[in-house]
Design a protein around this ligand. Structure first.
Ligand code: URA
Length: 193
């Protein structure tokens, strides 16, 4: 249990709990406003993220920023972005269940420190780990699930949208739904920008 983000980050960047530490260049802890009411959670770093130490900085990240900015969300102002695993799986394979299990305490600590109202799960891996194991992203994207004190929404992963551009209108619709929910449950998100 950590009492501050700086303490969490200091420890997280030294983590050697699973084999992913052998091949990583950087631990990708997260980016954004540590007091945000809206937390986005992806799957794990890719090549660009591993090299730069920041989540979603490749092509998918640019698309994510665009969609977020269209609904007045900004990674440097009113949201936070993290991943299920903090180190890049080699060749961008899916993180193994045991790697996710070894890493999840970092995310638990982040969630406890941030204390968001809304958690957006980007893609199947994140949504199945955090919402329910049998979640179907194609059917259930854009829906809100109440889990304990959090409202959770699965969305398409930006990399999936790049592979499948016909998902773009649905993906954008989900951002519009997110904006409405933010206005309802945490309108101050839009006062901070
Ligand atoms: N994909 C993810 O799920 N997370 C990142 O940070 C980058 C790509």
């Amino acid at each position: 249990m950590y009492n501050s983000f700086s303490e969490l980050r200091e420890n997280c960047v030294e983590c050697r709990k699973c084999g992913l530490c052998e091949t990583r260049h950087n631990v990708v802890v997260g980016v954004g406003n540590e007091n945000a009411d809206v937390l986005f959670i992806g799957e794990g770093p890719g090549e660009n993220e591993d090299l730069q130490g920041e989540p979603f900085v490749g092509r998918g990240g640019k698309l994510l920023d665009k969609m977020m900015n269209a609904v007045d969300l900004d990674r440097h102002k009113n949201i936070y972005i993290a991943n299920i695993v903090k180190c890049r799986p080699p060749h961008n394979r899916d993180p193994k269940p045991e790697e996710q299990d070894m890493c999840i305490d970092w995310l638990r600590n982040q969630v406890r420190l941030i204390n968001p109202k809304i958690i957006v799960c980007l893609g199947r891996i994140s949504a199945q780990k955090l919402i329910k194991p049998d979640l179907r992203i194609t059917k259930e994207h854009g829906l809100f699930f109440q889990k304990g004190e959090f409202l959770m929404m699965p969305m398409f992963h930006p990399a999936a949208i790049l592979r499948n551009p016909n998902q773009k209108p649905d993906a954008f619709d989900d951002f519009l739904k997110l904006r409405e929910k933010i206005k309802e449950v945490c309108p101050s998100t839009y006062e901070e920008i």
